[in-house]
Design a protein around this ligand. Structure first.
Ligand code: COA
Length: 393
């Protein structure tokens, strides 16, 4: 029974609701809403070997993409990994995740990703640390006000295509932001009980130069904090205009909270470093199909290089073996075979692929090893700014 099956309507759904409530301390109503949002067809269940009618564990698949090297690569996200309390510690999660990775490979996904409550569980399956999600807290009194003669307008449903275009234009400049699907986009506008209102800067051709989605929460003293579920801008004046727009809440607002990476362009526009940044999460990546993932990623157009890798993958044995990565003018060709100079676990490949660790750093974690020439070459190919995403899934 080491295969995953879809969730059946009826008793299966009741069991799923109970498992999710007991895993994440949710309410049955909240869990049912979440199941509908994630699409019940994307729930996968591992059945109890002794009682095949009963789900022992489940997860939600979230098909989407993720930007690396300026390109969107198909990514199968995982959320809601849950094992019924009475079944824990018996290997159900491990078996389910192994089957998930296998299924993702069979369906042609190059990458899978997740946020991990238990690093050791996902590491065993080949997931590895691959990027960051930081929370910023900025006192409103420290937001700058600029005289930028552009208009900010409230956004409506009809503006969402323009929002999504602006987001893609912004996000592809970084390693790690999601190429969001409907599940993530819906959470930008409403996350559980919290609704977010959009504002944007339109240009003359129906595009947006920048936008944000905000929620105002009232403090006991009557003042308020603002939280952004999303913030993107495509030029310096647009960034300045959005910060000025936010600064105009300062009369009643105390703190602005939003999410990003070690660097966020909005932080660089602040006049002083009077804000707090703390690491909310690191997220994990799993290279499901090394040849497809390496070929799909973007590389520096300045490079003309050939890297010989050897990858080891215990969960998907057909991934194990030598690969030759040929990069020219920003594109890659990948073929099986070659000298295997840089020896890399499938975990290590995730950390290199996302630019989370350089090969020299990855060697310290035991993720890869090789002669100095191969480490240097890989360092050049996978060089990039630190990977991050603002979304949590
Ligand atoms: C996390 C969870 C899914 C693990 O399910 P499980 O079936 O008990 O896990 P398994 O028995 O398959 O254990 C696999 C690995 O997970 C890790 N693990 C499991 N239970 C653990 C615990 N209580 N403490 C630390 N690590 C644990 C171990 O590395 C284990 O491997 P090992 O025993 O060889 O060291 C389950 O405890 C759960 O539903 N928790 C609540 C919800 C949650 O945290 N979901 C994950 C969100 S990302």
């Amino acid at each position: 029974m080491n295969t995953l099956t879809p969730l059946a309507q009826g008793p299966d759904t009741d069991t799923a609701v109970r498992m999710l409530c007991q895993a994440f301390a949710g309410t049955p109503e909240g869990v049912r809403e979440w199941l509908a949002l994630g699409d019940i067809a994307n729930i996968r269940v591992l059945r109890h070997p002794d009682q095949p009618a009963n789900p022992a564990s489940l997860l939600l698949r979230i098909p989407m993409g993720q930007f690396f090297g300026g390109r969107s690569i198909p990514l199968l996200g995982v959320a809601g990994v849950a094992v019924a309390p009475e079944n824990r510690g018996r290997g159900f999660a491990r078996t389910m995740m192994q089957a998930f990775v296998r299924e993702a490979r069979d369906q042609g996904f190059p990458l899978a990703g997740l946020y991990a409550s238990t690093h050791s569980l996902y590491r065993q399956i080949g997931f590895e640390h691959a990027g960051f999600r930081f929370q910023y807290r900025i006192p409103f009194s420290h937001l700058p006000r600029h005289k930028v003669p552009t208009t900010v307008v409230p956004l409506a449903d009809a503006d969402m295509p323009a929002v999504q275009r602006a987001y893609a234009n912004f996000a592809r400049r970084y390693n790690g932001p999601l190429d969001r699907g409907p599940y993530i986009w819906s959470r930008i506008r409403k996350l559980r009980e919290t609704a977010y209102t959009g504002f944007g800067i339109p240009d003359d051709s129906g595009n947006l130069l920048g936008y944000l989605f905000l929620n105002q929460s009232r403090r006991p003293d009557g003042r308020q904090d603002l939280q952004l579920s999303d913030l993107a801008f495509l030029s310096l004046p647009a960034g300045q205009r959005l910060l000025t727009f936010l600064a105009d809440f300062a009369m009643m607002a105390e703190d602005l909270v939003f999410f990003g990476g070690p660097e966020h362009p909005a932080l660089t526009l602040l006049p002083q470093q009077r804000h707090e940044v703390f690491l909310k999460d690191t997220w994990f990546l799993r290279v499901i199909d090394p040849a497809a993932a390496l070929a799909a990623r973007g590389y520096s157009p300045a490079l003309d290089a050939e890297l010989h890798l050897h990858i080891t993958d215990d969960t998907i044995p057909e991934n194990t073996g030598p690969y030759t990565l040929r990069v020219r003018r920003g594109d890659a060709d990948v073929s099986r075979g070659g000298r295997g100079d840089l020896r890399c676990s499938i975990n290590g490949l995730a950390a290199l692929f996302s630019s989370f660790a350089s090969p020299h750093q990855a060697a310290l974690a035991g993720w890869c090893q090789g002669p100095p020439d191969a480490l240097d070459l890989a360092a050049g190919l996978f060089a990039g700014t630190p990977p991050w995403m603002s979304d949590m899934y």
